[in-house]
Design a protein around this ligand. Sequence first.
Ligand code: CTP
Ligand code: MN
Ligand code: MN
Ligand code: MN
Length: 367
Amino acid sequence: QIDEAEVVAFSVPSYACLRRTTLDNHNPVLTDALSLLAENAELSDEDGRGVAFRRAAAVLKALPEPVTGVTQLRGLPCLGGHSLRVIRDILENGASSEVEFTKQSERFKALKVLTDIFGVGAKTAERWIRDGIHSLHQLQESGQTLNRAQQAGLEHYDDLKQPVTKAEADAIGEIVEEAVVSVLPGAQITLIGGFRRGKLTGHDVDFLITHPEEGREVGLMPKVVSWLESQGFLLYQKTTRNSYLEAKDGPARPASNMDRFERCFSIFKLVTDEGPKPASGHRRWRAVRVDLVVSPISQFAFALLGWTGSKLFERELRRWAGHEKAMSLSSHALYDNKQGRYLKATSEEEIFTYLGLEYIPPSERNA
Ligand code: CTP
Ligand code: MN
Ligand code: MN
Ligand code: MN
């Protein structure tokens, strides 16, 4: 018999940036289910629903132990009727019919396969599906025009689907560091994204590059890219220029998570085996997605915080700043709307302090 007092009730703050979320997830079945529905919503241009499912999943990720019954969820934030129905289904029947139905649906499977191609977003996939394209094979046969990114994405599809390991991330880090200091001595690189949060694998590797002297970083990215290209490390790259101007752009636009740093989306050629020449048909390298971002030192703390993730943690930080503190946070700056000025920071800790938040280290930002 279950004593009422033995039913653990959890208490969790509603903003993910008020919670410590490690990688030690005690409810992976539930969070996988909700994440799948989030992904399906995002791929179907239903961002509001997507965020709702992401928030619900994140609340469960923050719980200290597995949920065994819906009564434990009473009073938890961010769990709407829809999410609760999915959770109850899984707890009571072992599976959610909606999740199982979605997983099996031709539309979802096609959206997944097509958007798994680097360079293909939901809109493009949607258009192709309307033209009857549901698989890579059908895409190749269709004669659709692919842009350069999509061609590279298709060519390296299998490699890019393979998770990147921390060891591979570190190996790429050494190469990027060599490139960076070769073209600008004193420049520094920092591993950001999921690996900075302590993840053991990722879908890509993200690096932030800066120089301790303001202004020295200007024009750095093309030089880094040329160095990497000349050494044969890049299978694909697209560099976008820095388009951020404090005076012109004004307070960081709160509703957007797109930043304007000089950045490079690339596909890296990582040599995986230095040993003897492999048998024919085998190769000794793999393709890895790598993102490079350059920030001036004055914006470094904001860039570091903005690019460490998780995506939901970032979204919640910006929501907290806007709704609770009347501030606008971006990867470039923090603007105080009441004081009408920018707040300078040289560390992530300072930014948390401005926001009235307890500091959460990267390993606990896995919301
Ligand atoms: N990001 C961003 N602007 C983009 C793309 C990403 O600011 N256009 C930020 C995200 O908010 C996130 C970080 O870059 O904080 C890393 O994004 P991404 O590599 O997509 O996710 P990871 O958390 O690193 O997860 P994964 O291991 O799957 O790569
Ligand atoms: Mn634990
Ligand atoms: Mn990443
Ligand atoms: Mn990335």
